[in-house]
Design a protein around this ligand. Structure first.
Ligand SMILES: [Zn+2]
Length: 438
């Protein structure tokens, strides 16, 4: 290669290296280099200990900073050496895991790409401290609260939990300028007046009931605008704004009041996409915010972009809707009546069965389901209990016209159903039930 072309190539490579990554490139980077290979919901404390050790081996500062009620370790990792102090914590609710692996992924990816200009810039401008899995006891049991049965996110004032006391002491000792409070919201949370799931919701948390706007809150609005714009390329219509009622006992609100204006990020559901996809969305959001802080790019965004993100809504969709069922009650042969059945399932770890519950019986024409079935050709009877709101959604389906003795004590053996729906899935015959396209 001639010297001139070699120099030109070097220049091109240098520019590419220095160029800020696009959201699509950040997503690809995560695809290639993320280190936590288990779904977030299956992570245990031992996995977090393992990941903390892996960071340490890379030379990243990781300390055990506290212990849970059951004496499980809580870690804080630090990356970067810049003047701007950014603090992120995840999984203060034990069954809200999505961000936990992403914090490990992100620090590892920063470390492994520390020769890139955009990463150097973050490293030089920001010091980042992260606490992945603040509630290890809750995470181990996959429950919201800690082992004292206390919601840590309502313990910012009372400080009855060791986890809450730790979180406050980490903030007070370091006085970070920005906080990121990382949670999961209900799978069925929707965006505005639509039937679309809120896969990600943001909130700039104010520090008082009057919602006093400080420069820190305005900066956070611009940061959310940057994250919103980045994510909108992947999940347009699936981004919401979390309710901003002042909660005097919550950590986000108090962090903001104590001088660390905080951004709440809630990961919701995105039907048909797995947990890894949502982890990737978290990664794109976090890195976008950190880059916008490091290169000053946040100044280009307007708080208005944040203010027009549609608010979260709830109770607009069901997980499953069985449309046009004829409901049969045991022992009442002539009681068949038409109804739609709305069924939701509970949040569980990946791979575990999820109990379904009937949440509505009646005319659900104005409501959408993530999955809808046309069961107008079927008589439907509860497997163990009548089909009522609140009951287990274990349903037996019989094609209309079949002779069935609904009073039979051995209904399922004497008259095998054409289809059975149980624990949130079809056990039998589901392939014959027509699906309704949304
Ligand atoms: Zn939460």
């Amino acid at each position: 290669m001639r010297l001139a072309s070699a120099l030109a190539l070097t220049a091109v490579l240098f520019v590419m290296n220095a160029m800020p990554q696009t959201p699509a490139e950040l997503a690809e980077l995560w695809e290639r280099e993320h280190v936590v290979k288990k779904p977030a919901s299956s992570l245990r404390v031992k996995d977090v200990i393992e990941q903390a050790e892996a960071l340490r081996k890379l030379g990243i500062r990781v300390n055990e900073v506290g212990r849970s009620v059951a004496d499980r370790p809580i870690f804080q990792a630090e990356w970067g050496r810049g003047p701007l102090k950014v603090f992120m914590w995840s999984q203060m609710h034990g069954d809200e895991p999505t961000a936990t692996p992403v914090l490990f992924d992100m620090l590892t990816i920063f470390h492994n790409n520390r020769d890139k200009e955009w990463v150097k810039q973050i490293e030089e401008k920001i010091t980042l401290r992260v606490v992945p899995m603040l509630n290890p006891d809750g995470a181990e049991l996959f429950i919201r609260r800690n082992l004292q049965g206390i919601d840590i996110n309502r313990d910012a004032v009372d400080l009855k939990t060791p986890e809450g006391r730790l979180l406050k002491s980490l903030r007070d000792a370091w006085q970070p300028e920005i906080g990121f409070n990382l949670h999961n919201q209900n799978y069925l949370t929707t965006v505005g007046q639509t039937d679309k799931q809120a896969a990600i919701s943001f909130l700039v948390v104010f520090g008082d009931e009057a919602k006093t706007l400080t420069p820190g809150h305005e900066r956070n609005m611009r940061l959310v605008a940057a994250m919103y714009q980045a994510l909108n390329q992947f999940i347009p219509g699936n981004i919401g704004r979390y309710g901003d009622e002042w909660t005097p006992t919550a950590f986000g609100d108090n962090f903001s009041a104590w001088g660390t204006p905080t951004i709440l990020i809630e990961t919701g559901g995105l039907h048909g996409r797995d947990e890894f996809y949502l982890a990737k969305m978290n990664f794109v959001a976090f890195v976008t915010a950190l880059r916008a802080l490091a290169d000053g790019g946040e100044a280009r965004f307007s708080p208005t972009t944040y203010e027009v993100i549609p608010r979260n809504s709830s109770r607009r969709i069901f997980y499953f809707i069985f449309r046009g069922a004829t409901l049969i009650e045991r022992g009442q042969p002539d009681a068949g009546k038409p109804a739609d059945i709305g069924v939701n399932i509970e949040r569980r770890r990946a791979g575990l069965s999820t109990p379904g519950f009937v949440r509505s019986v009646g005319d659900l024409k104005s409501t959408a389901g993530l999955e809808e079935f046309d069961v107008s050709g079927y008589n439907v009877i509860g497997r163990f209990n009548p089909v009522r709101s609140g009951a287990f959604a274990d349903l037996l389906f019989y094609k209309k016209g079949r002779q069935v003795n609904w009073s039979s004590a051995e209904l399922e053996t004497e008259f095998p159903p054409d289809a059975i729906f149980s624990l949130g899935k079809w056990l039998k015959g589901g392939e014959d039930i027509p699906r309704i396209k949304r």
